[in-house]
Design a protein around this ligand. Structure first.
Ligand code: ADP
Ligand code: GLC
Length: 484
């Protein structure tokens, strides 16, 4: 049965992206569309979106709409553009007053309003299109008030009588909390009692918490993380609300869009490879070394990092472990990322301490990210927490052996190699400390020194399949259960 699915996401690759949410919202849309469902992905039309590459076209009937957000009012228009690599269309909410800012996310005082307005606009679009979604699928805090609005403010509208809501938590570390003095922006009036009262008394309103309280189903992006976020260690203050929802919370591992991330057809690479043509990977490594100015010999292993530089990513563990390993062993390191200044400073200094062996590229560079996945020998991802993580799954596909900490989606996608059986796809360590990461890197270097063993690990990883064909079906099953 074909479904009508309204997806709300604050990022959509390749138009707007700071992390994996963008990859996932677009890939899920592509998957659902290809499977014959009527899926409409809504996202803000940020000023940073390249309009010559993705020309936005006005959607008839959705121009110059007045969108009220509490006491505020915005004029919004909806544009649509073609999703690259698909015939699906993306609906872009145009409102320069809110989305014309230097970055996708801000620390501005109206940050909550930017996404409340986005959420409101989607309801108004559905009404104006007279389109009745069976599923309203919200992602992260930015759209997390939609389930409450559905129940409290649109219950009168027969259009939404059969609409069920899903909240996917991609990153529980970001909850969008704002001061309760802005309560009127929610326009709940007499229904303010539906807000989380303890938070209100503490002077705050937490969007993500309300998604957890009111969505018909809650998902997060790996089974392990679904368990983790119910614990005090990983719940980031929301564990009680999550536990209270019991079986409404499930974990669905993200898929990988292999039309974008596959060494067999990667459009950024001059040459392609598969498990039988690993010589090409070695050639690409040589080209990458020259390109970024690394001066290690071809045989010296090269480790890569592509990451937002945030505490989530376990960069703190590298402060001690990387200098120690680099001091004693032959290893090159290429890091791409930007974020918290202390982490940027650490990598800049590491590059100075190990000239020709460490290169830090500060910034965001999609092409270099693909090259790092393709041409490095190993990939470091020692995350403190990782709801799913995409880079380790990309690494597996490109024969770049991931070194990961056993948490969230890393635990669900990388299997520690077992020399006794020859099974396994990477190095997995448990403890969140520098010694454990150092052990992980040293273990990988030891295995790398045995070419046959290394080839086996590489091939094991390249054979793994995390395609959306499989993972997308799990979302469809969930949607169908909800509307049954
Ligand atoms: P998260 O969403 O927590 O950042 P994921 O592993 O799920 O982590 O996804 C990160 C995505 O963002 C990947 O597609 C990765 O390649 C990309 N990415 C992260 N940092 C950069 C960067 N500096 N340049 C290019 N791509 C990046
Ligand atoms: C988040 C998580 C990451 C996940 C991504 C896409 O940003 O940090 O682990 O892969 O969302 O779901």
């Amino acid at each position: 049965m074909s479904l009508t699915v309204c997806l709300l996401a604050s990022e959509a690759a390749p138009l707007s992206k700071t992390g994996g949410l963008a990859d996932v919202s677009s890939a899920l849309t592509k998957y659902l569309h290809a499977a014959g469902h009527d899926v409409r992905l809504f996202t803000p039309l940020y000023s940073s979106i390249n309009r010559s590459k993705f020309p936005p076209q006005p959607v008839e009937g959705l121009q110059n709409m007045d969108v009220g957000v509490g006491l505020h009012s915005y004029v919004m228009s909806v544009m649509s553009t073609q999703m690259p690599g698909s015939t699906a269309r993306i609906y872009l909410i145009d409102c320069p007053a809110l989305y014309s800012r230097p970055t996708l996310y801000t620390a501005d005082v109206d940050e909550h309003l930017r996404f409340l307005a986005f959420t409101r606009a989607v309801f108004i679009c559905c009404q104006k299109m007279q389109w009745s979604p069976q599923i309203l699928h919200c992602n992260d805090w930015h759209a997390a008030f939609a389930p409450l609005f559905l129940k409290a403010q649109y219950d009168w509208d027969r259009l939404f009588a059969n609409t069920r809501s899903v909240l996917t938590i991609h990153n529980i570390g970001y909850q969008g909390t704002f001061n309760s003095s802005f309560i009127e922006d929610l326009a709940l009036g007499p229904k303010n009692y539906l807000l989380h009262q303890d938070d209100l008394h503490a002077g705050r309103i937490n969007p993500l918490r309300h998604g957890i309280l009111y969505a018909d189903a809650i998902t997060t992006v790996s089974p392990t993380h679904a368990h983790e976020i119910c614990t005090d260690q990983y719940g980031m203050g929301l564990q009680d609300s999550l536990r209270a929802r019991g079986g409404a919370l499930v974990g669905i591992l993200n898929g990988v869009d292999y039309t974008e991330w596959d060494p067999r057809n990667d459009h950024y690479l001059p040459k392609h490879f598969d498990p039988d043509t690993l010589g090409v990977k070695a050639e690409l490594k040589q080209q990458l070394l020259q390109r970024v100015g690394l001066q290690i010999a071809p045989k010296v292993p090269l480790a890569g990092v592509v990451s937002r530089l945030a505490s989530q990513k376990g960069i703190d563990l590298m402060f001690e472990s990387l200098p120690a390993v680099l001091e004693w062993r032959e290893l090159g390191l290429l890091v791409l990322g930007s974020g918290d200044p202390p982490y940027e400073k650490f990598f800049a200094e590491l590059q100075q301490s190990f000239p020709g062996r460490v290169v830090f590229r500060r910034g965001y560079d999609d092409e270099l990210a693909h090259w790092i996945e393709a041409a490095c020998d190993m990939f470091l991802m020692p995350s403190l927490y990782e709801p799913c993580g995409l880079n380790q799954m990309y690494s597996l596909r490109y024969g770049t052996v991931p070194i990961v900490r056993k948490t969230g989606g890393l635990a669900d996608s990388v299997q520690h190699y077992d020399p006794a059986t020859g099974q396994g796809t990477g190095v997995v360590f448990n403890d969140y400390n520098a010694e454990a990461l150092e052990w992980g890197i040293n273990t990988a270097l030891d295995w790398y020194a045995e070419p046959e063993r290394w080839r086996r690990i590489v091939r094991n990883g390249m054979e793994r399949d995390f395609s959306w064909q499989r993972q997308g079906g799990l979302y469809v099953d969930l949607y169908q259960r909800l509307i049954a």
